[in-house]
Design a protein around this ligand. Structure first.
Ligand SMILES: *Cc1c(COP(=O)(O)O)cnc(C)c1O
Length: 381
C-alpha cells in the first residue's frame, strides 16, 4: 500500500481525534442516563414498564406504521414476523445470500428453507429484475400459491434486506410479490431512517423487522421490533412474543407455544433516548459520507458507495467498493493495522456449511461483491 493510503488512514484518525477507530460505536448523552436511572430508581427494569409502550409508540410514529412490537433482538423480530406472515414448516423463503446470518436463521427457526437469490449492484440488495426472470423459469402458481417446480415446495415469502441502510428497488419487489402471491417481509434491521421515494423502509411488507443491536444506527443494548400496519397481526405478534399468555389478573394460562421475546423496560428506556437523536444522527451520517468522499480523493481503485436514486439512505455503515486492481484482504490488513477498523461484507450464506444445500439462483453479483466490498469506520461520535 502506498503513501496515499497512509495519508488516508492518518486523516481518518485526525477526523475522529483518536488513534484507534472502531467500526461503529454507540453515541450516548445525558438522556440515556436519565431514563435508565429512572428505571433503576423505580424498580421497573424488566419485562413490564412504561418505556416499552413509549418506545413502541415513538418508533411506530417515526417510521410511519400503525404498530411496532418491541422484542429482545432483530433475529427474534424476524422470526416472529415470518411466523405471523404465515411461513410454515417446509416452505421456501426467497432471500439474498448476501446478508447477515440472522435472516437465514429466522427462516430456519420456522422450519422453512432459505432460497437464495442475487443482489443488484446499485442497491447491494435483492435484484427484482433477475428475480422476475428466475421465478418465470423455476416457479409456478397453483391455486393461488407459488410452488418451486424443482423441489415441489411452496414458496411463501420474500425477504428483501436494505444493505447498510440503502433501500432496495421496492416498487418492483412489491409488484413481483403481488404477481406471485408472495408475502413480503422486509429485513429492515439496518435501515432505520432510510426512505424509499419518501416512504420509510420497513413499511412496504405485510410485516417487517428492525434491529437495535449495539452496532446499529440506534441501540437498545440488544433489541428489535416487528413493524406492521395490520393491527390484528401486531396483536398476535405481541401475544406470541410474551409467552402467549391469556390476559388475566393472577392466573397463568397460555393458549399456544409462545416465546419469551419481550424487550425489557431498561432496554426500551435506552431506545427512547436514542430515538430522540435520530434526526441528528442522520445528518451526521451524511456529513461523514461527504468527509470520506474528500478523504478518498487521490486513492486509485476505490469508490465510495452512494445511495441509489430512489433511496434517501441512513448511511449506517460507510461502504467502499474496490476495483480489480486492489486486493480486499490487503486493504483490510492495512487499514486495521493503521487503527482504522474495517471489515469485509459477510460471507454469503449459501457458502456456509448449514446452508450449502439450500436452493439458489445464479449468484453472480453476490460472488463479485463479496470480494470487493469493505466497510470502514462509521460512528457519528
Ligand atoms: C443486525 C441484523 C439483524 C438482526 O440482528 P440482531 O443482532 O438479532 O438484532 C438481522 N438482519 C440483518 C441484515 C442485520 O444486519
Amino acid at each position: 500500500m502506498n503513501e496515499q493510503w497512509i495519508q488516508f488512514a492518518e486523516r481518518v484518525k485526525e477526523m475522529y481525534g483518536k488513534d484507534f477507530i472502531p467500526l461503529h460505536e454507540p453515541t450516548f448523552n445525558k438522556k440515556e442516563v436519565e431514563y435508565i436511572t429512572d428505571c433503576v430508581e423505580t424498580g421497573w427494569v424488566s419485562s413490564v414498564g412504561a418505556y416499552v409502550t413509549r418506545f413502541e409508540e415513538d418508533l411506530a410514529k417515526f417510521v410511519g406504521v400503525k404498530r411496532a412490537v418491541a422484542v429482545v433482538n432483530g433475529t427474534a423480530a424476524l422470526h416472529i414476523a415470518l411466523k405471523v406472515a404465515g411461513v410454515e414448516a417446509n416452505d421456501e423463503v426467497l432471500m439474498p445470500s448476501l446478508t447477515f446470518i440472522a435472516t437465514a436463521n429466522a427462516v430456519s427457526y420456522c422450519q422453512a428453507v432459505p432460497h437464495f437469490i442475487d443482489v443488484h449492484e446499485e442497491t447491494l440488495g435483492v435484484d427484482p429484475f433477475k428475480l422476475a426472470v428466475y421465478l418465470q423459469e423455476i416457479a409456478e402458481v397453483r391455486n393461488g400459491e407459488l410452488f418451486n417446480k424443482q423441489t415441489n415446495r411452496r414458496i411463501k415469502a420474500l425477504i428483501p434486506m436494505h444493505t447498510f441502510g440503502h433501500a432496495v428497488h421496492l416498487d418492483e419487489l412489491v409488484a413481483l410479490a403481488k404477481k406471485y402471491h408472495l408475502v413480503l417481509v422486509e429485513d429492515a434491521a439496518e435501515s432505520l431512517g432510510t426512505y424509499y421515494k419518501g416512504k420509510h423502509t420497513g413499511t412496504f411488507g405485510k410485516v417487517n423487522a428492525m434491529s437495535f443491536n449495539g452496532n446499529k444506527i440506534i441501540t437498545t443494548g440488544g433489541g428489535g421490533a416487528i413493524l406492521t400496519d395490520d393491527i390484528a397481526l401486531a396483536e398476535y405478534a405481541k401475544h406470541l412474543t410474551t409467552t402467549a399468555k391469556v390476559p388475566h389478573k393472577w392466573e397463568y394460562v397460555h393458549d399456544e407455544i409462545g416465546y419469551n421475546y419481550r424487550m425489557p423496560n431498561i432496554n426500551a428506556a435506552l431506545g427512547c433516548a436514542q430515538l430522540e437523536k435520530m434526526d441528528e444522527f442522520l445528518i451526521q451520517k451524511k456529513q461523514l459520507t461527504s468527509k470520506y468522499d474528500e478523504l478518498l480523493k487521490g486513492l486509485n481503485g476505490v469508490k465510495l458507495f452512494k445511495q441509489p436514486t430512489h433511496s434517501d439512505s441512513n448511511y449506517w455503515l460507510q461502504t467502499i467498493i474496490l476495483d480489480e486492481t486492489l486486493d480486499r484482504d490487503e486493504v483490510l490488513a492495512f487499514l486495521n493495522e493503521h487503527g482504522v477498523m474495517s471489515r469485509p461484507i459477510w460471507q454469503p450464506i449459501h457458502k456456509l456449511q448449514m446452508y450449502k444445500k439450500c436452493p439458489k439462483a445464479n449468484l453472480q453479483n453476490t460472488t463479485v461483491l463479496e470480494q470487493t466490498i469493505i466497510n470502514i469506520a462509521s460512528s457519528v461520535s
